[in-house]
Design a protein around this ligand. Structure first.
Ligand SMILES: Cc1cc2nc3c(=O)[nH]c(=O)nc-3n(C[C@H](O)[C@H](O)[C@H](O)COP(=O)(O)O)c2cc1C
Length: 362
């Protein structure tokens, strides 16, 4: 392996783990971030994250609909083991959204298979500590978009579980990719900007005397963005869109090609069947969806706890659309992205990105 990446950024302590580089690669569902990407990031000294949702679909364990939940568990165990092989001493996390039907099973599987940390948003992860009780080394990181949510989780966890989160990921719905933690009509509201929310949460935690690192997510691309978040009080950042156009990203090359040389106006909002807005690349699929053309609506996986497609026969099947994208189907795929889409110019390596982001600066 190449020389370790030098940096003058401070290390990031999360629970019992210390990342030499204070960067978390954000989880990207339906195997956009699997073992290959997460392992490569962790090997460099940052935190690699495998997204748990629908991981089984591209595994040998999935042969028919009824295999879905079992295949997800088996595939997650395999992906953690593979990432660990790439980065034996690295920090490997798993992203388990609250909104998925098998949230509890995937959190338990992650902890049982040695995940160093679990990141959980798209809902309030109020029971995370119950599912990981037997794994005290597994750090827990809820994702929030407001001080109110941070306060609620800290209070509830302290009262109900006698513990606090090991870090809080603060995600800005106005810039982040994938499912966004606010209602569609709230998008664009500056109250959710990291500028505002990060200092508010840092102040709240200080007031309570809680030593919990705050990690900023959404719209972070280069070193000046990282330095800015540190100045706001963050102790690390979570970045996803930047890691899509890498050799190591687990999705098909045709998936990655959708993110190259795009314009800011190529980013659109779709109403996900989860009842949340999602940020995505404009595509043939989105055009059909918004033009009331034909999109796949047959629920095959029962992947979401609450699903407008399954329950009200509206919108589209998100597992199908995201899985098609991951396999490079440009016609039928839904490609999630953050607002930084337009900044990807070529496919590079994880090592190149992290070297550029972390190189010592005066
Ligand atoms: C393709 C894609 C898939 C994503 N999937 C998930 C997911 O499964 N779970 C989750 O909590 N967040 C998901 N996200 C959000 C990211 O983890 C991250 O927090 C966010 O995109 C950060 O903003 P950035 O992309 O501007 O760096 C996804 C984002 C993208 C772009």
């Amino acid at each position: 392996m190449a020389e370790p990446i030098g940096t003058n950024l401070p290390p990031l302590k999360i629970g019992r783990h210390v990342a030499r580089l204070p960067i978390i690669q954000g989880g990207m569902g339906i195997k956009v971030s699997g073992a290959r990407l997460a392992g490569a990031v962790a090997r460099e000294g940052a935190v690699g994250v495998i997204a748990a949702v629908a991981l089984g679909l591209s595994s040998p364990y999935y042969k028919k609909k009824s295999d879905y939940f079992n295949a997800n568990k088996l595939a997650l165990a395999d992906e953690i083991a593979m990432a660990r092989q790439t980065a034996p001493d690295g920090i490997i996390g798993v992203n388990c959204m609250v909104a998925i039907t098998d949230h509890e099973a995937m959190v338990r599987t992650a902890a049982e298979n040695g995940a160093d940390l679990i990141i959980s948003g798209a809902g309030l992860p109020l029971n995370l500590p119950v599912y990981t009780r037997d794994h005290p080394d597994c750090a827990l990181l809820p994702i929030v978009s407001s001080e109110k949510a941070a306060r609620l989780i800290c209070r509830r966890w302290e009262h109900t579980h006698g513990r606090l989160p090991d870090a809080l990921v603060v995600e800005d719905p106005n810039t982040a990719g994938g499912h966004l933690g606010v209602r569609r009509q709230e998008l664009g509201n500056p109250d959710y900007d990291l500028e505002r929310v990060v200092p508010e949460i840092v102040a709240y935690l200080a007031e309570e005397g809680f030593d919990i690192p705050v990690l900023s997510a959404g719209g972070i691309w280069d070193r000046s963005d990282i330095d800015h978040q540190f100045a706001l009080g963050a102790r690390g950042v979570q970045m996803a869109t930047r890691f899509i156009c890498t050799h190591e990203c687990d999705a098909d090359d045709a998936f990655k090609a959708q993110y190259l040389k795009r314009k800011p106006s190529d980013v659109v909002i779709v109403d996900s069947p989860a009842g949340l807005p999602g940020r995505a690349v404009s595509s043939a699929f989105v055009e059909r969806l918004h033009g009331h053309g034909k999109v796949e609506m047959q629920c095959f996986a029962n992947c979401l706890r609450k699903c407008i497609c399954r329950d009200e026969k509206e919108t589209f099947c998100i597992a199908h659309a995201l899985n098609q994208a991951q396999h490079g189907n440009v016609q039928d795929g839904l490609f999630f992205t953050g607002t930084n889409l337009y900044r990807s110019e070529q496919i590079v390596s994880v090592h190149e990105i992290l070297t550029e982001l972390c190189a010592p600066r005066g």
